[in-house]
Design a protein around this ligand. Structure first.
Ligand code: HEC
Ligand code: HEC
Length: 396
């Protein structure tokens, strides 16, 4: 078969890049590229041509890891993105660039797919930003985090996990990194939307996505971007904790709610609150992999199953369950302020099985649960007894 026009163009581009490298001497590495979401592409049974179409559209919309570009619809600030993107280097005035690759990519991956070289060794795994799901935020469960939520996470890190604090970076740097996380998430969400759109094509489309602005921007990118913009108006309303609250009474009330049918915290966190309740569930990142593996085991389509098995080996980590937290350690991933716990209990933890108490528990009563949870590391007369030596050992 003769080479297609685009392949010839690609080869000649590579040749030009090669020449540039030859001129710049040794030490130059080839430009970084984003990895395609092969799990989704294989699930959607995309053809190589369709995968290529998605890659071309994404590059036109978002640029490359070395040179990000964005459309105004995203609301993203390209100057901030450029500070975070690209190889680690200093610019003409000595300002550090390439912050994401220096500080984040070994865990979260250049693409933000959570597949950096360190990822497989960590538990929990580093976050895959591509579905655009974030856990620790001040907004309602299904909403995006605000920019400030991301800045706070970067500042504090995620205690009890490998995610470090970046408090030593300057405000400008943290701000640029938060912007870059949004960029990678929006890019990943757009990729998912495009890959899923093939499913809705009709015969007239001949297996190709429409390349109109109306479809690409209006129906795809803008939908993703608007969800990010809406975060600013999705703040969880928090009633004041009464200043004259009787702490002992509040803790007792919270304890009742914790073990009661409505909040039912005990179902997962267990009668001892050590996280020994239901512990065989998966989060929203691992669950689809577990389910897909089951589907593949039962499929008749051997060729597809074997391709999928290869993709899973290279582009997905071994699924892990998400245990409910041991609440007696006093380590809170999303922050240890009473307000942080209020957010967690009100909205649940997006992407994790922990449900929202919103709608079930009155807003003021959530404060009682917060007070009870905060007392748990110090509670000496709980459900624990001398007949539970395992439990006792874990506590002290
Ligand atoms: C040593 C590995 C590691 C490094 C380095 C790292 N992270 Fe993480 N990060 C994690 C892990 C693990 C999680 C998931 C924690 C969880 O799910 O509870 C995470 C989660 C996150 C989240 C999700 C927070 C949420 O609310 O859901 C963001 C955002 C994030 N990291 C950004 C960054 C950025 C930006 C950098 C670089 C400045 C970075 N991380 C560096 C391991 C790392
Ligand atoms: C369906 C199971 C389930 C129920 C019900 C549940 N949780 Fe959780 N909870 C979890 C899981 C799983 C995690 C760990 C999430 C993670 O690691 O991201 C968690 C984490 C937490 C955390 C840690 C937050 C942090 O920042 O680290 C707190 C606090 C918590 N739960 C309190 C509660 C309270 C209070 C209730 C009842 C109102 C409750 N949970 C109900 C499953 C549950």
């Amino acid at each position: 078969m003769s080479m297609t026009h685009s392949r010839i163009r690609r080869l000649s581009q590579l040749f030009i890049v090669g020449m540039a490298l030859a001129v710049s001497g040794c030490g130059a590495t080839p430009p970084a590229s984003f990895r395609a979401n092969l799990v989704e592409a294989t699930k959607q049974r995309l053809t190589p041509d369709q995968e290529k179409q998605v890659a071309t559209i994404l590059e036109a919309m978002f640029g490359t890891p070395d040179r990000p570009c964005v459309l105004p619809e995203t609301g993203l600030d390209v100057a901030k993105l450029r500070l975070a993107a690209g190889p680690v280097r200093s610019d003409i005035v000595g300002r550090k660039n390439g912050l994401y690759r220096e500080h984040c990519a070994h865990c979260h991956g250049i693409t933000g797919d959570g597949l950096g070289p360190t990822a497989a060794f960590l538990n929990p795994y580093p976050r895959d930003y591509r579905p655009g799901v974030f856990k620790f935020k001040s907004t309602e469960r299904a909403d995006k985090p605000t920019h400030d939520d991301l800045v706070r996470i970067l500042h504090n890190g995620i205690p009890g996990t490998s995610m470090p604090s970046f408090a030593l970076l300057s405000e400008t740097q943290v701000d640029a990194l938060a912007e870059y996380v949004k960029y990678l998430a929006m890019r990943g969400e757009t990729e998912l939307a495009l890959m899923r759109a093939f499913f809705e094509l009709d015969d007239a489309d001949q297996g190709k996505l429409p390349e109109t602005r109306e479809f690409l921007v209006g129906e795809t990118l803008a939908v993703v971007a608007d969800r990010w913009k809406a975060a600013a108006d999705a703040a969880i309303p928090v009633p004041q904790m009464p200043a004259d609250i009787d702490l002992a009474a509040s803790i007792a009330k919270g304890r009742e709610l914790f073990y009661g049918d409505k909040a039912n915290c005990v179902k997962c966190h267990g009668p001892t609150a050590l996280g020994d309740g239901q512990a065989n569930d998966y989060d929203d990142w691992n669950k689809p992999i577990v389910e897909w593996k089951k589907e593949l085991a039962g499929t008749e389509d051997r060729a597809w199953a074997s391709r999928a098995t290869g993709v899973l080996a290279g582009d997905a980590l071994t699924p892990r369950t998400i245990p409910p937290r041991n609440l007696r350690h006093g380590i809170y991933r999303g922050g240890r302020r009473p307000l942080d716990l209020y957010y967690r209990i009100h909205a649940g933890i997006n992407g994790a099985p922990m449900p929202a108490a919103k709608g079930t528990i009155a807003p003021e009563d959530i404060w009682h649960i917060v007070n009870y949870v905060r007392s748990l590391p110090y509670e000496l007369d709980g459900e624990l007894g001398v007949d539970r030596p395992m439990v006792a050992r874990d506590r002290f």
